[in-house]
Design a protein around this ligand. Structure first.
Ligand code: R5P
Length: 299
């Protein structure tokens, strides 16, 4: 098996190959003065099973193109198969037409990846169950929930004083699954309202009993507004400590500052998305999913 990486998250790709006792195969990504990229896989791949590790995180379009070019390079060079490990799948929130005239962006990028020769996909904590149905090729969805469950147990946060929280209604499936991993830890669901023109979020109400320690779990943190608003509601209603956990650290715009200056005491994310130095902040902790990916690639 030969494993390649795009430029989106080299540290994760290296951690995966380290865990497998492998090394990354060589590739070149050359950027022309006009911004176009020339991508080349180095080394014979004829009849090889190949893997590309590339989250399609921001800048989403650039990372998608790199992934497409790598897949095309591998297939043209005779690779027997191409598996794309896409720890964060860009455009997954545009999975249907919300308003007349909109493109289904997820459908477009999935078709492009399949046309470029990707035979199967390994992804992480998708936004909804419907997303895997857009693919025509096999998709294996991995999850960070077991890592979060382990962390919660290791810290001794137990059912007497802690409650899980889904910061929006869309996350109920995820929170139920995590609750089962934690001896049915109770959970609360927050109802949020987002203004589609400004992106502003309001945590309107909640369902369930808030306890001293509230552990919010979501698939991603983008602007950070969902977590910060839910934390406000939880603190106003009796929580003394609010922790935020999310698989994908998108951290767009001012998210790091917003989270650092919020009522949240700790923000725990995974490394599905690379967090550059300038986006790190004191309250942030990062859990690696490299072992989970390495295990999945060995099967
Ligand atoms: C929404 O449905 C997702 O599960 C996340 O809650 C959302 O995408 C987070 O976005 P933001 O951090 O911008 O509020």
């Amino acid at each position: 098996m030969k494993i390649y990486a795009g430029s989106a998250n080299l540290s994760l790709a290296e951690a995966v190959t380290d865990a497998m006792g492998e090394t990354l195969s060589e590739r070149e990504i050359f950027v022309f003065p006009d911004g176009e990229r020339r991508v080349r896989v180095v080394g014979p791949v004829v009849d090889e099973e190949t893997v590309i590790i590339q989250p399609t995180s921001p800048p989403v379009d650039r990372h998608y193109l790199e992934l497409l070019f790598l897949a095309d390079g591998l297939k043209r060079s005779g690779a027997r198969s191409v598996t794309a490990v896409v720890p964060y799948l860009g455009y997954q929130r545009q999975d249907h037409v919300f308003r007349d005239g909109e493109a289904v962006s997820l459908d477009v990028v999935v078709r492009a990846m399949e046309s470029a020769g990707i035979d199967r996909f390994i992804v992480f904590d998708l936004h909804s169950v419907k997303i895997a149905e857009v693919f025509q090729r096999p998709v294996r969805e991995l999850s960070a929930l077991a890592e979060f469950a382990k962390l919660i147990k290791d810290r001794g946060w137990d059912n007497d004083e802690a409650v899980l929280v889904s910061p929006d209604m869309g996350g109920i499936r995820r929170i139920k699954e995590l609750s089962e991993m934690l001896d049915n830890m109770p959970y609360v669901t927050v109802v949020k309202d987002r203004d589609l023109s400004t992106g502003n979020v309001e945590a309107v109400s909640f369902d369930g009993e808030i306890k001293k320690r509230a552990i919010m779990v979501d698939d991603m943190i983008s602007s950070g507004k969902t977590m910060v608003e839910a934390a406000r509601l939880l603190r106003q209603n009796g929580a003394e400590e609010v922790i935020a956990m999310a698989t994908h650290a998108i951290f767009s715009k001012e998210a790091p500052e917003l989270l650092e200056n919020s009522l949240i005491s700790q923000v725990i994310v995974t490394d599905t998305v690379y967090v550059p130095k300038e986006k790190l902040f004191q309250k942030l902790g990062i859990v690696s999913v490299s072992g989970v990916i390495a295990k999945a690639l060995k099967v």
